[in-house]
Design a protein around this ligand. Structure first.
Ligand code: ZN
Length: 299
């Protein structure tokens, strides 16, 4: 136990450390939003988005999406939400999650995921935002800052109100409101824990975010990074979380490693004749064997 005279010094040091990581954190508006209300709002936003999108019908990709999402949600602190996972056909490299357990991933981000564990890295981060209720906190803050109190509306009442809600939830056309450093760190920390508990190699989290970080240098910044920004410091924070996550992963008897290769599935999908989607895929070369689910796989 610390001597009494040390306690104020430790508190001050902790505060300074907190300020160094998240400079000048604004005061938190009181969260007065009941879970059922944020669930209803998340559901409304999710349906609104999906009605303008084309959803993938690829059975193998959907199977992986639902398996990964289902496993992560099951080990989260909110396993009983009505979790839904959608795969949107889009060249955007994006993913989002909404209060109440609605998660969507675009087909454009799948090559960056590369494998099942990479997809788990994306989805665990999104699921962590839901479980930590970050979207609702942003919404409360947005209403609080505009003088309307921290209570959020029950639904979309007009287009202005809808835009404000969608932007605060990180799914609006306006992408100028990224998650804060604190939210990103919490989602990374919690997300890596979910990865480990679900049996995926946590190292793939660092690899995935490194891959997508490098894409910022290309001609088009991946859309997900507008809302979930990444930089050298966040990558360093992720690496710092690894030793603990690796120890927990080694202790977990459930291990999928990297899981199935998504790159392999995508390459096979491109070879499918578009005129007849039910045609059998081309024979797999004898030297290449797709791993069974749950088998570590290096693409
Ligand atoms: Zn995030």
């Amino acid at each position: 136990m610390l001597p009494r005279c040390w306690i104020p010094a430790v508190l001050i040091f902790s505060l300074l450390l907190g300020c160094a990581r998240f400079p000048f954190p604004p005061p938190q508006p009181e969260m007065t939003v009941p879970l059922y209300q944020e669930t209803a709002l998340g559901e409304e936003a999710y349906r609104e988005i999906l009605k303008h999108e084309q959803l993938s019908q690829d059975p193998q990709l959907l199977k992986i999406l639902n398996r990964v999402g289902g496993q992560l949600a099951a080990v989260s602190a909110m396993p009983h939400l009505n979790w839904e996972f959608a795969l949107i056909e889009s060249n955007e490299r994006n993913a989002f999650a909404l209060p109440g357990g609605k998660v969507a991933v675009t087909t454009g981000i799948l090559p960056v995921c590369a494998n099942e564990a990479g997809l788990a890295a994306v989805m665990s981060h999104q699921i962590a935002h839901v479980v930590a209720r970050h979207g609702t906190e942003r919404l409360s803050r947005s209403f609080h800052n505009s003088g309307r109190g921290a209570a959020i509306p029950a639904g979309f009442s007009n287009s202005r109100n809808k835009n404000e809600i969608m932007t605060a939830l990180g799914v609006g056309r306006d992408r100028s409101m990224p998650f804060s450093q604190r939210h990103e760190f919490e989602a990374d920390d919690l997300g890596m824990n979910l990865m480990v508990q679900a049996g995926y190699d946590p190292m793939e989290t660092v690899r995935f975010w490194s891959r997508i970080n490098q894409m910022k240098r290309g001609s088009r910044v991946p859309e997900m990074l507008f809302i979930h920004p990444i930089d050298a410091r966040r990558l360093e924070d992720l690496r710092r979380l690894l030793p603990k996550a690796n120890r927990a992963y080694q202790a977990n008897p459930l291990k999928h490693g990297l899981g199935r290769s998504i790159l392999y599935l995508l390459s096979r999908r491109q070879l499918m004749p578009k005129s007849n989607p039910l045609s059998p895929p081309p024979a797999r070369p004898s030297s290449e064997t797709a791993p069974a689910p749950g088998t570590p796989f290096n693409p």
